[in-house]
Design a protein around this ligand. Structure first.
Ligand SMILES: [Zn+2]
Ligand SMILES: [Zn+2]
Length: 347
């Protein structure tokens, strides 16, 4: 089978490998769609502590496909089933797992990071992933490409939930990339009364309008705070999501917030520049809450997958590049230069 293998030293190679065999408790997935994510680009650029030097890894953690084969002792999956893959396999026994917070598991292992992932024709599913519900059967006919994108979508849903976003509220999303757009789509179906998106790239600004943002601002050309105050009767927004890796966006968002507002540092900052300066008095006098989130629980993954299946959330317009595994280098380059939105492999 073909696979895109990360070899360390900033290199990926398309390799012809033996189709994997499954052991007791395992299943074999025929990958139908696997999307490139910022995490994949970071692994290629900077490596990952779960991929020691000298090891190679098949990348890809945003995955959907068809069950090709199951070991005789696997009862919950059957060949031919269409499934989506929640990529974070939790340990089940650490303190956070026991509290029910499997997405905060100390010892979690992810497809495409700790074990081989979905940038391949076939992927082995370990028994733990099957037992713990990471492999989610979906309605036949569900678009595999959109199901692969359910991974980041469910991360955004987790973020909105933890930020206590609710019906009728106003929301500011800073960053109009795929993650900002997914927040926009979700905020719409979750009942936002007004959605602001702030984005500095004019190319992306043009795209964002297609996804249901009400007011789109380029903060290099307009005063974001003035626009937000004018459009919210001087109140500011109830919720702000920083969906970009830029520290200055934190305070920019704070200045736009209504009293009792909640804000999520959704986008991580670069590892070597993680500090951010904020006006703490805005938080103090306005009763603001600042939270951060990453990953998602399996339950959240299932909920957003059901919305894709039901066609209540449509991610098709986010997919701007479709590639074969052989085109790995072109696909990665397209993602690296930030051209388009999501690039996806259809093996
Ligand atoms: Zn991802
Ligand atoms: Zn755990």
């Amino acid at each position: 089978m073909k696979a895109i293998v990360y070899k360390g030293n900033k290199t990926i190679e398309v390799e012809e490998l033996k189709r994997p065999e499954i052991k007791n408790g395992q299943a074999l997935l025929k990958v139908k769609a696997a999307a490139i994510c910022g995490t994949d680009l970071r692994i290629v650029d900077h490596g990952h502590h779960l991929i020691p030097e000298g090891t190679s890894r098949i990348l890809g953690h945003e995955i959907a496909g068809i069950i090709e084969a199951v070991a005789p002792d696997v009862k919950t999956l059957k060949p031919g089933m269409s499934v989506a893959v929640a990529p974070n396999i939790h340990c089940g026994s650490c303190y956070q797992c026991m509290r029910g917070n499997s997405h905060l598991c100390d010892n979690h292992v992810a497809f495409g990071i700790g074990i081989d992932g979905g940038f391949a024709e076939y992927m082995v599913v370990p028994s733990k992933a099957i037992m713990q519900g990471n492999i989610i059967p979906m309605r036949d006919g569900t678009d595999f490409a959109q199901a692969a994108l359910n991974e980041p979508l469910s991360c955004c849903y987790n973020g909105l939930g933890y930020t206590e976003f609710s019906f009728g509220e106003t929301i500011l999303i800073i960053g109009g990339g795929p993650i900002g757009i997914m927040h926009t789509l979700l905020a719409n179906v979750m009942g936002a009364s007004k959605i602001f998106v702030s984005e500095i790239s004019d190319d992306r600004l043009g795209e964002v309008g297609k996804f249901g943002a009400d007011i789109i601002v380029n903060p290099n050309k307009q005063n974001l705070k003035e626009v937000v105050l004018e459009e919210t009767n001087g109140q500011g927004v109830d919720v702000a999501i920083v969906a970009c890796p830029v520290a200055s966006a934190h305070n920019q968002a704070l200045e736009c917030m209504a009293p009792l507002g909640r804000m999520n540092f959704f986008g991580g900052l670069p590892k070597d520049r993680p500090m951010s300066t904020i006006n703490a008095n805005l938080v103090h006098y306005n009763y603001l809450k600042i939270v951060g989130t990453s990953r998602q629980s399996i339950h959240q993954y299932v909920k957003t997958l059901r919305m894709i299946e039901a066609k209540k959330i449509d991610l098709r317009a986010l997919i701007t590049g479709r590639f074969k595994l052989d085109e790995a280098n072109t696909a990665f380059k397209t993602s690296q230069i930030g051209e388009g939105l999501k690039n996806i492999f259809l093996p």
